[in-house]
Ligand binder design. Structure first.
Ligand code: FEO
Length: 392
C-alpha cells in the first residue's frame, strides 16, 4: 500500500495485515488488522507517528523511501506492533529523535534495546513545534499499558490515539464513517484489550473530549471521520451499566450439563431475559469477550472432570476474571457423578468479579425433574435481579 493523503502534508502510512488471525498468541483476529503510522510534515520538521509491527517493517521502509528527513518518531505506546520498527527507521534517519512518555522511554529501552540518547521524553500537555504545525502530547495511561499517550494536531484538528479507540479490522477504506461492521470490530477490540481498564478509559475519555478534534486516527483499523460514533460507543462499553443479558459459557461431555443449559436458556427467554450460551468447545473467545462487555449475569455451566471443572471452563473463568467485566450476578450449573468441587474451584478463579452469587444448581448424573425445576428457579432469580436493576 502506498502512503495515502489525509490532508496536505499528512499521510496514512503503515501496513494492512489481511491474513493475521491471532494476536499475542491469544486473541483471534477474524478480520485481520492494520498497523497505522502517520507522517506529519510541518514547515520546518517532520514527524512519524508510530511505526509498524516488525513482520511488515519492509512496507513502512518502502513508503519512507522518498521521504527526505524525519526529525521525530512519536511512540505513543511501546508494544511492539507499533514500536517494533523504530530501530529500522532510526537506521534510515539516524538524526531522528524518539518522543515518548518517561515510562514509554524505559519500556522501549527494555523491549528494543534503543540507546538512551535517542529519546526526548514529554510531559502531559507538552508540545513540540514542526514549524507551522505543532504536536501536543496528552498522557492517557492504561489504555492499555501504563505508558500510553495520544497526540493532538490542533491546526488540523486530528487526534492520533494509537490503540485507544482502534479496531483490529483490515480494510482498504481509510475512513470508518458509521459502518456497523467497524463498530463490531471496535467492540471486539475494546472487549479483548481495553475492558480491564474501564475506570481509566472513562478518565481518559473525559480528558480527550475537551479537545475540538474532527477526526480520530488510531494505529489499528480505519480513521474515525465521524468520531462521535466511536466515542459514544466507548462511553457505553466502559460504563458500569450492564444490559438485560445473561451469558452461559459452558462445557458438556455427555449432554447432562447441556440439557441444563438448554433448560436455562428457555427459562430465561420465558422470563424476558436475553441470553447467549457459549459452548466453549467451539467458541471464539472474542465473541465471549464481546458478550462480557454487556452481560449483567454470568452463569457458568460445567461437567465435572476429576472432581474439578472442565478445562475449557477453567480457561473461560480465568479469562472472564482477567477482563473484569461489569457483570453483577453469577451462578453455576452442571453435572457430576461421584463427587465435585466445582463451586469452590470456580469461585476461587473469579476474585476480580464483583458479583452477587446466585444459588448454584448441580445434579448427579442426568438431570431429574427437580434439578430442572431448580434451573427454572435460577432463571426466575436472575430475572428478579435484573428487574431490581431496572434492566427488565
Ligand atoms: Fe496495538 Fe497495545 O498494541
Amino acid at each position: 500500500m502506498q502512503p495515502r493523503k489525509i490532508r496536505d502534508g499528512i499521510h496514512l502510512m503503515g501496513a494492512i495485515d489481511w491474513d493475521r488471525r491471532l494476536f499475542d498468541a491469544l486473541i483471534p483476529l477474524p478480520d485481520g488488522t492494520s498497523y497505522n503510522a502517520y507522517l506529519v510534515k510541518g514547515s520546518e520538521k517532520t514527524a512519524l507517528l508510530d511505526t509498524v509491527d516488525p513482520s511488515v517493517s519492509k512496507v513502512l521502509l518502502a513508503q519512507l523511501e522518498d521521504v527526505q528527513r524525519i526529525d521525530y518518531i512519536i511512540s505513543h505506546h511501546a508494544e511492539q506492533d507499533h514500536s517494533g520498527s523504530i530501530g529500522l527507521v532510526l537506521d534510515r534517519f539516524p538524526d531522528a529523535k524518539v518522543i515518548a512518555t518517561p515510562k514509554g522511554k524505559t519500556y522501549l529501552i527494555d523491549l528494543l534495546h534503543l540507546p538512551e540518547d535517542v529519546f526526548i521524553t514529554v510531559d502531559d500537555g507538552e508540545s513540540i513545534s514542526l514549524g507551522d504545525r505543532k504536536l501536543k502530547f496528552i498522557h492517557t495511561p492504561w489504555v492499555h499499558w501504563p505508558e500510553t499517550m495520544v497526540t493532538y494536531l490542533p491546526e488540523e484538528r486530528i487526534l492520533f490515539t494509537c490503540d485507544f479507540l482502534g479496531s483490529h479490522y483490515a480494510t482498504s477504506e481509510m475512513y470508518t464513517g458509521n459502518r456497523p461492521e467497524v463498530r463490531v470490530a471496535a467492540k471486539r477490540y475494546f472487549a479483548e484489550i481495553m475492558m480491564p481498564f474501564r475506570t481509566t478509559i472513562k478518565k481518559n475519555l473525559q480528558k480527550i473530549e475537551d479537545l475540538p478534534f474532527e477526526m480520530i486516527a488510531p494505529s489499528h483499523g480505519p480513521i474515525h471521520d465521524q468520531p462521535r460514533h466511536i466515542l459514544s460507543a466507548y462511553h457505553e462499553w466502559s460504563s458500569d451499566q450492564p444490559h438485560n443479558l445473561a451469558i452461559i459459557p459452558y462445557a458438556t461431555m455427555h449432554g447432562s450439563t447441556g440439557e441444563m443449559v438448554e433448560r436455562l436458556v428457555n427459562a430465561l427467554v420465558q422470563q424476558g431475559v436475553k441470553v447467549e450460551p457459549f459452548n466453549m468447545a467451539v467458541t471464539d473467545i472474542g465473541d465471549l469477550a464481546m458478550a462480557l462487555v454487556d452481560a449483567a449475569t454470568i452463569v457458568i455451566g460445567t461437567s465435572t472432570v476429576l472432581t474439578g471443572a472442565h478445562p475449557n471452563i477453567v480457561y473461560a473463568a480465568y479469562l472472564a476474571n482477567a477482563l473484569r467485566p461489569k457483570a453483577r450476578f453469577a451462578s453455576l450449573i452442571g453435572s457430576y457423578n461421584w463427587a465435585t468441587k466445582v463451586v469452590d474451584q470456580i469461585t476461587g478463579l473469579i476474585p476480580n468479579l464483583k458479583v452477587e452469587v446466585l444459588e448454584p444448581v448441580l445434579c448427579k448424573g442426568m438431570p431429574r425433574e427437580d434439578d430442572l425445576l431448580a434451573v427454572d428457579q435460577l432463571a426466575a432469580s436472575i430475572a428478579d435481579k435484573h428487574r431490581e436493576l431496572k434492566l427488565l
